[in-house]
Design a protein around this ligand. Structure first.
Ligand code: ADP
Ligand code: ZN
Length: 727
């Protein structure tokens, strides 16, 4: 009887397709194959195999491709993601199946050139430049030489053809030099050493007899500056000593040179880094090294979770509470949660590290589903910063200004002592709203329901949702009046302007994600700040987290209430985490730090917990509130976002979905209502919210509902977001 193979194809398809296996082909589950699909040939993965009598009407598998098969845990991960997020299984496969392009993978040697004794037959000015640049007879890459000489690559190639330059194969730089777990390092503090023992002792790979092992995920919680990084580095060291691989996940922006250097101090070499800036051949070679088990430690942003590790022994999720771990387009997944799933499937421990854990993780630890390892004090006897409120109802700044007198004073004294200060405002640009005083016109995005944000340095009005940009006009585009446009409210650029007026001789830098020059320049700038090369930093949430600025002793929070007014039930948690993180930037070096928080509501529970330093009180209150409201993790949530180019079409489809909802016991469906962002990139958005009790199989309900719901027509799209981060 012939074999029939179920082949999963990395396209937005819910299930594998069946193909017949030719008698000459010996396939196994997980093999990467080529199959016909319609008129073309496409890559797929064998998801199942069965010997059956039927199958005569099926098309045959074309052949097996020379790639490493997808491992059982990786196939299970794909199945799990598709089931949990309701994304098409093929889309989940596409995230893990980025096959290396063969040319890149085969590239084992790089070509470098050097001068021979032969003289060029046709001397030209361009050739002379190359000869001058290569005169030292050192080996250089071809393009490096062309660049140095200021000529095109073809000039260099011509000289190679003439035998004036010789091409030599050199070994490529290793993408992942082996970290040394026993590299000499500074000793751990007693508290750190204790935490390491508690953390590592139960790891399953240290216990051949399974009963002694404990493979629950671990929450590693420690206040900012407590030395968590050094603690999980020891877990990484223990892991690679056994020959297993370790993955450290970080929010993209925390992946700084500073962190890579810290790793090098502990392990002798920088780790292999995987993030959006790593491209082309390097990416492919790193992927191949991971699959071969050669790259022992990878530090990466969320997509590193889908790398094909050969022997994964440990996953660390640093700053586990970060919202940046949630991917909100394509397959909507939360990298922290998927890390826990992958750890379970691979049988390896997962460490979630944070100074301000998410409510979900805290509850998991409290219920014993996770282990809980604590580092309650700052490293080296350093104190947490003293935090005080500035009550803006009493200490108002002058009109049109945003820094209160006590804050200005504190900054002044800090700078006079030669220390650094940070002013934190989570708003990019100059002003969040621009209006015309003559006619009242407010400048809004053409594609989105958002106000345009003035960026004064660029003389532009910019939509922070879709990037739409227009020149800031001199005269109102509505009424034509000149010089009547008013900036309403502050952004970091405006604070910088105010600060420059107050402290004209100081070096002031504005740090936000739209820093000119892109990610690399921004990384350099962050290092410059860490090295003390500036006096006053004005920054958004970009500077709030993960960074270590040793001379920073004062943090001023300009508007602590910003996040508290939104209707989002996660607002309290997010604000608490952000304020705790940003105030924790102060006093990480030798000198003690303090933080001043401008607020109109110092008695608000979030602000009060922050001021008293009583994080436990915040967690207890917030957990109780979530439980009372049946919100995650005490209930489940999903959002359905219906979007279309016409408002009526989106709304009508949302209403038709709602009519088909038919929620059973324990399920509540709300909406459709206009989504919090009602218009994005020219598409109108309506949202349905699904709230279920914890024991309800929400995914099964959603699947059945969508199946019996209205057919998606025209340009309507329905996106499903399980565990939405804002709701
Ligand atoms: P966290 O991640 O908990 O905020 P870090 O791991 O960044 O804390 O550590 C805070 C500071 O203490 C860093 O400057 C780090 O270099 C320093 N530090 C931590 N542990 C040690 C140690 N064992 N020896 C020397 N310095 C340490
Ligand atoms: Zn827009």
């Amino acid at each position: 009887m012939p074999f029939v193979a179920e082949i999963l194809i990395p396209l937005a398809l819910d299930a594998p397709y069946s193909y017949v296996v030719p008698g000459t082909l010996d396939l196994s589950v997980g093999d990467v194959v080529q199959v016909p699909l319609g008129p073309r040939e496409i890559v797929g993965v064998v998801w199942g195999l069965a010997e059956t009598a039927g199958g005569s009407n099926l098309r045959p598998v074309t052949g097996r491709l020379p790639y490493a098969p997808l491992s059982e845990p990786m196939r299970s991960l794909v199945d799990w993601i598709a089931r949990y997020t309701l994304a098409p299984k093929g889309s989940a496969l596409a995230m893990v199946l980025r096959l290396p392009d063969e040319a890149a993978a085969a590239e084992t040697a790089r070509v470098a050139v050097r001068l021979t004794d032969k003289q060029p037959t046709r001397p030209t000015a361009a050739r002379a430049k190359v000869l001058a640049a290569a005169a030292d007879r050192a080996l250089r890459g071809k393009s490096a030489l062309a660049k140095e000489a200021g000529v095109s690559l073809s000039v260099v190639d011509g000289l190679i053809d003439d035998g004036v330059l010789e091409a030599v194969a050199v070994e490529p730089e290793p993408v992942a030099p082996p970290p040394d777990p026993d590299f000499p390092r500074t000793p751990l503090s007693p508290a750190q050493a204790e935490a390491v023992t508690e953390l590592v002792e139960p790891f399953p790979w240290l216990h051949p007899e399974a009963e002694a092992a404990d493979n629950r995920p671990i929450l590693l919680e420690g206040v900012t500056g407590s030395g968590k990084t050094e603690v999980y580095f020891e877990a990484v060291a223990a892991c690679i000593r056994t020959g297993r691989q370790a993955l450290i996940l970080m929010p993209e922006i925390a992946l700084t040179a500073q962190f890579l250097d810290r790793f090098a101090q502990r392990f002798g070499v920088r780790p292999a880094a995987w993030h959006s800036g790593v491209g082309g051949k390097r990416r492919e070679r790193l992927r191949a090294a991971v699959a071969a088990g050669e790259a022992l430690v990878v530090v990466g942003a969320r997509s590193a979770l889908f790398l094909p590790f050969a022997r994964l022994g440990l996953i660390v999720v640093d700053e586990e509470h970060e919202a940046a771990y949630k991917q909100e387009d394509g397959v909507h997944y939360h990298a922290r949660d998927m890390a826990v799933v992958r750890g379970r499937l691979e049988g390896c421990p997962v460490v979630l590290a944070s100074a301000t854990p998410s409510i979900e993780t805290r509850v998991n630890a409290a219920r014993g589903r996770y282990r809980h390892v604590l580092l309650p004090e700052r490293f080296g006897g350093r104190r947490l910063p003293d935090i005080a409120a500035i009550d803006m109802r009493k200490d108002q700044p002058e009109r049109g200004r945003f820094l209160s007198p006590p804050l200005v004073n504190a900054v002044k004294h800090t700078l006079e002592r030669g220390e650094q200060a940070l002013l934190f405002l989570n708003r990019r640009g100059y002003a969040p709203l621009t209006l015309c005083r003559a006619c009242g016109h407010r400048y809004q995005c053409k594609n989105c329901s958002t106000w345009l944000v003035e960026h004064r340095f660029r003389r532009a009005l910019v939509c922070h949702q879709c990037g739409y940009t227009e020149r800031r006009p001199d005269a109102c585009t509505e009424c034509g009046t000149f010089d009547n446009l008013t900036a309403c409210g502050p952004g970091v650029e405006r604070i910088a302007e105010e600060a420059a007026g107050l402290f004209p001789d100081r070096r002031i830098v504005v740090l936000s994600s739209d820093f000119p020059g892109g990610a690399d320049r921004l990384r350099q700038e962050l290092e410059a700040v860490a090295a003390g090369e500036c006096d006053l930093v004005i920054g958004t949430q970009l500077v709030a987290k993960g960074h270590n600025f040793p001379s920073l002793t004062l943090v001023g929070v300009l508007d602590a209430d910003i996040g508290l007014t939104s209707g989002d039930p996660r607002a309290a948690e997010r604000t608490f985490q952000l304020l705790q993180q940003v105030t924790g930037r102060a006093g990480r070096g030798d000198k003690p730090g303090r933080a001043l928080v401008q607020t109109y509501q110092p008695e608000h529970p979030v602000i009060a917990s922050l001021l008293s330093g009583d994080a436990e009180r915040f967690y207890q209150e917030e957990i109780q509130a979530r439980e009372a409201a049946g919100l995650p993790p005490f209930g489940r949530l999903a959002a359905l976002i219906v979007s279309a180019a016409e408002r009526e079409v989106a709304e009508a489809h949302g209403q038709a979905l709602a009519r088909a909802a038919d929620p059973p016991e324990g399920v509540m469906v709300l909406g459709p209502a206009e989504a919090p962002l009602a218009l994005v990139r020219g598409r109108y958005r309506f949202r349905l919210l699904v709230k279920t009790e914890r024991n309800v199989d929400m995914q099964a309900y959603l699947r059945a509902w969508i199946a019996r719901g209205p057919k998606v027509r025209g340009n309507v799209k329905v996106a499903i977001d399980v565990d939405p981060q804002s709701f």
